[in-house]
Design a protein around this ligand. Sequence first.
Ligand code: GDP
Ligand code: CA
Length: 336
Amino acid sequence: MQITVLAGGIGGSRFIRGLQRALEQDHPGSQITVIGNTGDDIWIHGLRVCPDLDTVMYTLGGGISAERGWGREDETFTVKDELAAYGVEPSWFGLGDRDIATHLIRTQSLRAGYTLTDVTAALCERWQPGVRLLPMSDDRAETHVVVDDPSGATAPDGAPLRTAIHFQEWWIRYRAELPAHEFILVGIDEARPGPDVLSTISEADLVILPPSNPVVSVGTILQVPGIAEAVRTTSAPVVGVSPIVGGAPVRGMADACLRTIGVETTAAAVAAHYGARSAEGVLDAWLMDTRDAEQVPAVEALGITTRAVPTMMTDIDATAALARECLSAGAVLARA
Ligand code: GDP
Ligand code: CA
């Protein structure tokens, strides 16, 4: 089987680890391609940082900090502390010493003219994540967030001035607590899907939207010109898993993202936002948590095959069981 997953960072990579386990046991020889979100990418102190690609690479390669869920295990932050001692901003980004080696190699290679796809493949030679990890695009397209100026600056009429800040500043520095008016994907209109991104969607046996952030992870990937169309038209079934359980994100601040785009924080509202493939959307099937079982009929009514299953990725076995639910939903759709 060829399976293509559109993934953000923590939720996406945890799911993929379970998917690998399920495939090893049930369908050995299967291949997973991960299309990674690069809308979170940022330049920090002259380094090109790709948080979601690195989270996938470290998680699947055994280098992730289990406690933090991002960055390296056994990490130290000496460089970050030294930069702060110089008073250099930004000081809010968690740049670890081990992690910096990855960013140095990436930055040097990009400057030498390699594409992000090439550089990611080269970094993965060390980590052996067991998947093909493809950036959604080799072009720069970063998520910015329109907020009221955090300094409190106002226009002559007293109205708050608006400013756009990088997604990471909104997410990490302000913990998504600054009300966001809008997300702007700077450069998205000119961004092209990375090499093989479209073909790995159209030639897959199954496409999965894992429990990643539906706005700033999966939503960003789907906005790269051509990618949503490839998902809509692939002959493979498309199965999604809800990142929203019991009306709240399991982890992180996806509710603040959903609020910004006017979508309720419920599993059913996220499914409606993605939409049925039979109605210009991207989903054939939607798996949401057993706690949200009462929402199944509402999602079914949209033309999306819906099941309530345990979706909490508490350990590898629970996650593999969730992945098996995706595989069986896909198999049922493929037979139909
Ligand atoms: P990020 O880029 O690191 O923010 O990670 P992703 O975009 O891949 O995933 C974030 C989403 O994963 C959040 O909205 C969480 O609610 C969701 N998530 C995390 N853990 C779980 C889990 O165990 N079960 C479910 N259903 N969703 C989860
Ligand atoms: Ca992310």
